[in-house]
Design a protein around this ligand. Structure first.
Ligand code: SF4
Ligand code: SF4
Length: 326
């Protein structure tokens, strides 16, 4: 048996796996031209809804050197939040990724730790930029170019060893790291489970998500009150939606499962929308502080709860202005 020579890419991969990442890969900026075309098309067709930040960050997304002058490599990272199954018989109205600790801080800390390791491996001080979700980077495109996953028909990145229940982060560095990796196969083939499972028709075509009909967008991203149609679309979901990922074959038995930092918070499996409407500001913080739900605030969570109550045919308690003051 011959030992393969150690390369910076292999050393970085080993360090990343030791830090709990499920996958790591390397690509060179800028993203492929095709990605820019798809991104512009999404904006032109208005499929991003009212997420104006997707328009504002366009330049940085297409030109990573605007985020880090002299960037030579984008290190794409994925970490799993997949827990094997839900408790028996419980269909949660809170999406999986929100029933755990907010991933932003966890990912940033891990990425910072990896950056230190990379500096040690390369033996020099690197200029770097860490992107975790909110920074304008075409993260799925770079992850594909880096060979850590392929985007499925549900628009989620599918990592072969971990499925699509992963959070992504990127490290932009001013050092060229290259690695030969064979392209990953299309993860979907003739499957269309996610498109059939979407309750709202938001996945009208493979890989094309219309955010304006997506429960996840409406309950999490949309800041204003719902229109009557939007209110109906969200059905029984209080925050997010798992329908297009839950039945995906790649999520049934992934080899890599949730990082210990993402242990499920069992109190968040079953929430009564009526109880949400009764929450004070401090109770909201006690229940949701440190989770992704905290980010939308009590007012929007109550908006969601009122819509769910109405959709379930239950009475919606009257409030002074029908909105909270938070
Ligand atoms: S998150 Fe829900 S509503 Fe949005 S595309 Fe997936 S299944 Fe459809
Ligand atoms: S459910 Fe099927 S079509 Fe959808 S992303 Fe998964 S493999 Fe692809």
């Amino acid at each position: 048996m011959t030992n393969r020579p150690e390369t910076p890419a292999r050393e970085i991969r080993r360090a990343a796996l030791q830090l709990g990442f499920a996958a790591v890969g390397f690509s060179s900026p800028p993203p492929r031209q095709q990605a820019a075309i798809h991104y512009r098309q999404m904006l032109e067709e208005g499929r991003h809804g009212e997420m104006a930040y997707l328009e504002r960050g366009l330049a940085g997304r297409l030109e990573p050197h605007l985020l880090l002058p002299g960037v030579k490599t984008i290190v794409s990272l994925a970490i799993s939040y997949h827990t094997p199954s839900r408790p028996e018989g419980v269909a949660s109205s809170i999406a999986r990724y929100a029933r755990i600790t907010d991933y932003h801080r966890v990912l940033r800390e891990r990425a910072e730790a990896l950056l230190e390791e990379i500096r040690h491996i390369l033996g020099r001080r690197l200029e770097a930029y860490i992107a975790v979700d909110s920074a304008p980077v075409l993260e799925k495109e770079h992850a594909e170019q880096a060979g850590i996953g392929r985007t499925g028909k549900n628009t989620l990145l599918i990592v072969p060893s971990a499925g699509s229940h992963v959070f992504l982060a990127e490290l932009l560095i001013d050092e060229a790291i290259s690695e030969e990796r064979p392209p990953l196969p299309n993860p979907c083939g003739s499957c269309s489970i996610c498109m059939d499972a979407c309750p709202t028709g938001a996945l009208a075509a493979p890989g094309k998500l219309d955010a304006t009909r997506c429960i996840s967008y409406l309950t999490v991203e949309l800041k204003r009150d719902f229109t009557p149609e939007e209110s109906t679309i969200i059905g029984s979901m209080l925050f997010g939606c798992d329908a297009c990922g839950e039945l995906c074959p790649h999520n049934q038995r992934p080899l890599i499962t949730a990082d210990p930092a993402f242990a499920p918070i069992t109190e968040l499996f079953e929430l009564d929308p009526e109880e949400i409407l009764k929450l004070s500001r401090s109770q909201f913080k006690a229940l949701f502080g440190g989770t992704p739900i905290w980010r939308i605030g009590l007012k929007r969570m109550k908006r969601n709860a009122r819509a769910v109550l109405a959709n379930l045919g239950r009475a919606v308690p009257a409030t002074k202005s029908n909105t909270s003051t938070f």
